[in-house]
Ligand binder design. Sequence first.
Ligand SMILES: [Zn+2]
Length: 369
Amino acid sequence: MDCICKVPGCGKPKLKSDWCFMHSRVVSNLSEAGKLAATMSHFAPSLVPVDVIGFIDSFPKVQGNLALSIVIAMVKEPTAVRAILEFDGGRIFAAGGLTGPILCEALIAAVRVCASTPDRPQSHRDELEQLSRQGVARFFGLASTAMALGVIVKTHDDDSDDAGAVVQLGLTGLTYRITADSSMCCKFVQAIDAAGVAPPNVQHDATGAVAELIQYAECLRQLLRSVGGTVPLGTKQKQKSGYVTDFIVRKLCLGWLAVWSCASTPAMEWEDVPVSRWRALLADSHEHVAELPSAWSSAQASAFICGRPDWPFLTSMYVCLWKEVADVFGETARRQFDGASDVGAVIASFHRRHGFAPHPYVLTRGLQS
Ligand SMILES: [Zn+2]
C-alpha cells in the first residue's frame, strides 16, 4: 500500500516522493499553492470550508428562488443564513413568492441575531474568523449584503440615531443603522424575477451537466451584470473586475452540482469531461486549473487535488485556499506537512471545538504551536 502513488486510482509505484513519476513531474511544475494542495490532497475532504458546507446544506431549500439563492450565496455566514431562512417561521418561503419587504425583514432579523451583543452566538464569531481568511469577507457577508440591499447604512460619529436601530456587526465592531427601507430589496427581487433565468436541467450525465451549467452560468453573469447597475453588489471596483459575479456564479453552480450528485445513482462519472471545461464555468482568476495538464480529465484533476475523483468543481478552490499559506510561509509549510503525523488529529480537534474545518492557514499555524 505504502509504495503506491498517493493519487487515488493511479496505482503506479511511487518514486522517492508520495507520487509516481508522472504525478511527481506535474507537482514539480505547480505554483507553491498547487504543490501544497497536492501534498495535502488526502485531507481535502475534511477541509471543506464552512461557507461551502453551509451553502450546500441550504441550497435545496432555496434552489427554486433565484433572488434568494443569490442572497444566501452572498451572506455566506451560516448563522446569518439560518436566521434568514428561519425568520418568522420561514416566511421567506411564503406562497406568492419572495417580495422585497419580506427579504428586507428577514435580513433585519439576521442582523439582530448576528449583531455584536453579549448574546451573539460564539459559533458566529468563529465563523467570521474563519471566513475572513478567505479574502472575500470584504465584499460578502451579512453586513456587505445588507448594505448593498439598503437595509443598513454605516453610521457616522455625529449620528444622533435611535439607539435601538444602531448595531455593531462583524469582527471590527463597525456600527450600522438599520434603515428598514425595503426599496432596494424590491428593485433587486423584481430585477431577478423579470429576467426569468431558467434553472439548469437536472442532468445525471456529467458531460451534459457541465454543458448545461456553462449555459446557465452565462445567463446568470449577464443578469448579475445588469442588476449590478441598480443594486451595488460588492464594491464598484470589484464588480467591474467580475470578481463578485464570478463568486456568486460559482456558488450557485456548486449548489446545483450538489443537488445532482445527491440525486444521481450511480455517482456522476467525470472521466469524459476534460479539466479545461471547468475554466469556462468557474472563476479561475489565479489560473490554478490552467497549471494542470490540459489532457487530464476532471476525475484525474479532482483525485490529484481533492483526494477523490468526484469533486472536480472544488479543484480550483482548494488551490486558492492554500495560497495564503504559500504566500506567508513559502516552502517551509510543505516541509512541515511532509513530516507531520498529527495533521489529521489537529483537524479533528479543531472540528470538535468549532463544528467546522480549519482554514489551511489556521491549520498550518495550529501545527506550529
Ligand atoms: Zn501517480
